[in-house]
Each structure stands twice: as C-alpha cells, then as structure tokens.
Design a binder for this molecule. Structure first.
Ligand code: KG4
Ligand code: ZN
Length: 352
C-alpha cells in the first residue's frame, strides 16, 4: 500500500532531464522543520526549530502549545531553509508535507501551509507519511542505497519491522504489541527523574552504567517478530519502587544501562531473526530511537557476523526533520503521485 491512497492522486508533468528540487515541510509533533533536497538525495538545507524548551516544564509534548509554536515558526523556518539552500520558492519543483501520523493540530499547520504554497505558486503538492519519511532518511545518508531491505522503524510511536520492496511497497513483518520502544525509553527515563525527552538522556546516562545491575524479564510475544515493551517497563518501575521502599540504594546509570540493554537486546534479536528467516540481505534503521548508541553498536556487531549490510541514518537525520520528508516526497513525485487541495491531516495514518 502506498502512503497516498484516497488522496486524489494525479499524474504530474515531470521534468526528467533536470535536477528536481523538493521543499519538505514537517510539523507532526514538536519540531517545525523545512528543507530543500535535490534529486531526493542531496540536502541543500535542513532547518529545524525544536520546541523542546517549550514542553520541558510539562514533562512531555502539550498539543495546543505545539500547534501554536508551529504557526509562529513555520514561515520563518521555510524562509531559513530557502535561504540556506540559496533558492527561491520559484526554483522549487514540488512541495512535500507530512500529513500523518502525528498530532492533528500540529499536522494541520504544515498541511495548510503547504497547500497554500502549492496553490499560490501553482506547484505540485506531495503528501508524505511521516514513517516513510523516517525510512527515506537512509537514502539521504547512503546516496547509492535503494530498496529492497528490512527496516526496523523505532520512534516515539512505532516499533515496526517493515519489509521494503524494490518499488517502495511496505509490508509489515512484526510490530510492538503494546508500547513503542521510544515510549518505553521515555517512561523509564521519567522514573529515573531525567528530563524530557527522556530517550536521549537515558541513553547518555547508560553509557557509564553496569548493564548487569538489574535483571529484567525477557519480553514474551505472540508473533515471532513482534515486540513488547510494556511488561519490561512495568518490571523496571516496580524494581525501582521496591528498592526505594526498602531503602536500598542504586546507581541511576546502572538502572539506565540495564533497561537500555533489555530493550536493545529485544530489538536486535527479533530484527536479525526476521532478516535471517526472510533472507533479507540489507537492514535499515529508522526513527528517533535509531540514534541510540547501544542499538547502533549492537546492530553493527550482529550484522557483521551475519554478513548482512546495515544502513543507519546519520545522527542528524534520526529525529524528526524535513529533509527526510523531502526525500520521501521526491520518490512519490517521481512516480507521479501528487495530492490535491483536499489533502487533510490524518493523525492515525498507517504505513502498513
Ligand atoms: O522519530 P522521533 O523523533 O519522533 C517520532 O516520530 O516519534 O522519535 C522520538 C523518540 C522519543 O521517544 C525519544 O525519546 C526517542 O525517539 N529517542 C531515543 C534516542 N533519541 C531519541 N531513544 C533512545 N535513545 C536515543 N538516543
Ligand atoms: Zn518521527
């Protein structure tokens, strides 16, 4: 299934022998981002305004605050991206925007802005699934990389194993039965008193800890390639609670390292199992959690041993950004997939 079913797709008049410039726009959560990408591979600019400072006091993203901040920043961020790329709006061939999944009020800011731009400039509009964007961050990092491959998508809302076909078709191989990996990291970090966003803070703390300090249960799942992090998270919270109640001391870095190891063990084990059993020769990582240091190290080790090629987005492209949206938008645009002005935000949009 492609990401733009039911959007009034039209076949665009494609330039074939020239560079194609796509302006990407991303406002699905707490980053207002715009980027200009050439031919789906070369980042000319990548402007990101992070709202972290606005949400930190609340310990998480407040949707209303996110929407308002997107409205305030979107124009500035787009102008910045054009300036950095040394391009004007008239140079752009298509405007790609994230239309889901994400927070509805946040998505609507980007979608409305992109529609207005496309209408006023008479440029094609391309609707991009945020998760497909994360996968396409790999094509920006590795200029020669093309699917097929097996992709582990690990973000705040997703822990999916997706098989990507040569034609960019996506098939679900496995997914989390409950919490996403990023969500689990964020919750564990909160219990350790780490600031939002917890995942990167827990990862950093874990680097100096003993990962054998706390024994955590191995997640049980129904499907061979599925994940489950809710039980792990509860076991972690209970263990800390019990130690606190019993007046036992522990080193936060040891707890962080033990939790990180348990999550990463599960992600690596299932991904490698699926790759071996499905015969995949390439593994790609995607999403915010693909910045996790241990996950990257372990994947490198295991893929080397299994003789599987590993692709991981550059650290600057793991979190939410608009270059990945422009890269995904380029691929859609080259297939003639454009959206009309009825495009709406789809908060629960699925890729598979
Ligand atoms: O892909 P992303 O930026 O946004 C979504 O689309 O959800 O992912 C954000 C998630 C958050 O849960 C964040 O804590 C987690 O990715 N994350 C990490 C790391 N960096 C970001 N989790 C573990 N280790 C990291 N280094
Ligand atoms: Zn994301």
């Amino acid at each position: 299934m492609t990401s733009n079913q039911g959007l009034g797709i039209t076949q665009g008049n494609l330039k074939t022998n020239q560079d194609i410039l796509v302006l990407g726009i991303e406002t699905s959560c707490d980053e207002t981002a715009a980027s200009v990408v050439r031919n789906g591979r070369e980042i000319l600019s990548n402007s990101v305004y992070s709202q972290i400072a606005l949400h930190t006091v609340y310990g998480g993203v407040v949707p209303e605050i996110a929407s308002r901040a997107h409205v305030e920043k979107i124009d500035i961020v787009v102008q910045q991206a054009l300036k950095q790329a040394d391009k004007s709006l008239t140079d752009v061939d298509a405007i790609a925007v994230t239309y889901g999944p994400g927070l509805v009020g946040a998505l609507l800011v980007g979608v409305s802005y992109a529609k207005a731009l496309a209408f006023s400039l008479r440029k094609p509009l391309v609707a991009v699934n945020h998760i497909e964007g994360h996968i396409c961050a790999n094509y920006l990092t590795y200029k020669e990389l093309n699917p097929p491959g097996l992709c582990l998508v690990v973000s705040g809302g997703h822990s999916h194993l997706i098989s990507v076909s040569e034609q960019d078709e996506y098939h679900l191989i496995g997914c989390t039965q409950d919490d996403a990996a990023g969500e689990a990291f964020d919750k564990a970090a909160r219990v350790l008193g780490l600031p939002y966003p917890g995942g990167p803070a827990l990862d950093k703390l874990a680097e100096t800890g003993d990962d054998a300090a706390l024994l955590l249960p191995k997640p049980k799942t129904q499907g061979r390639y599925d994940y489950s992090f809710s039980g792990l998270k509860t076991a972690f919270i209970n263990a800390l609670h019990n130690m606190n109640q019993q007046g036992k001391t522990y080193q936060p870095q040891d707890m962080a390292a033990s939790f990180r190891k348990a999550v990463v063990d599960s992600l690596v084990e299932k991904t490698l199992l699926a790759a071996k059993e499905t015969g995949a020769k390439r593994i790609m990582l995607a999403g915010g959690v693909s910045a996790n240091r241990l996950l990257r190290r372990r994947m490198e080790e295991e893929c080397r041993q299994a003789n599987i090629s590993l692709y991981m987005p550059d650290l600057s492209l793991c979190g939410d950004n608009a270059a990945m949206i422009a890269a995904a938008g380029y691929r859609q645009y080259m297939k003639g997939h454009t959206a009309d002005l009825h495009l709406n935000a789809v908060p629960a949009l699925r890729l598979v």
